[in-house]
Design a protein around this ligand. Structure first.
Ligand code: NI
Length: 173
């Protein structure tokens, strides 16, 4: 396995729409292993393939039980509730902000053995799935902010780069 370079805000790869995975090949499985290793090396709990330059509909996430799970071609089939909480992103280090997400989602996806499954997720897990699925559409969490707030962040990054401080409460996706 290998650590992959996480693309940072400004990299055009982050704005491209990911491609449907037609077959779970050995290359895809290797990409999943590398993505999981990369996610944990950066203390992340979720990572989408476009963030490491793979243009595929694929994400990995911590399962909250000491393991990681891959979701290939995920589709949200139902959602309910809404909750606002703070998010961060491995592609925007040091930037955090509140995002409204569905409280619970049911997602349909393919696993790394090529088998379909359904996952009911709530709370943090539901948030991770929605954040990573945004990446598959070329959407970043700051796109959910007001135009004024987003502009402030863009200007700050252009002028000073990414902030160095890390906050303990927030998590990176
Ligand atoms: Ni992210």
């Amino acid at each position: 396995m290998a650590l992959l370079e996480v693309r940072l805000y400004g990299d055009p790869t982050l704005r491209r729409k990911a491609e449907h995975v037609r077959e779970v090949t050995p290359e895809i499985r290797r990409a999943i292993g590398d993505m999981v290793e990369t996610m944990y090396s950066q203390a992340g709990i979720g990572l989408a393939a476009p963030q490491v330059g793979f243009p595929y509909c694929l994400l990995v996430m911590d399962d909250g039980k000491g393991g990681a799970r891959a979701l290939i071609n995920p589709i949200i089939t139902s959602r309910s509730g809404s909750v606002v909480d703070e998010e961060g992103c491995l592609s925007l280090p040091g930037i955090f902000g509140d995002v409204e997400r569905s409280k619970s989602v049911t997602v349909q996806a393919t696993d790394e053995d090529g088998l379909p499954f359904n996952l009911d997720a709530t709370g943090m897990q539901a948030r991770v799935i929605q954040h990573e699925m945004d990446h598959l559409e070329g959407v970043l969490f700051i796109d959910h902010f007001s135009p004024v707030a987003r502009d402030r962040i863009k200007k700050r990054i252009q002028k000073h780069g990414f902030p160095k401080e890390r906050r303990s409460r927030a998590f990176a996706l």
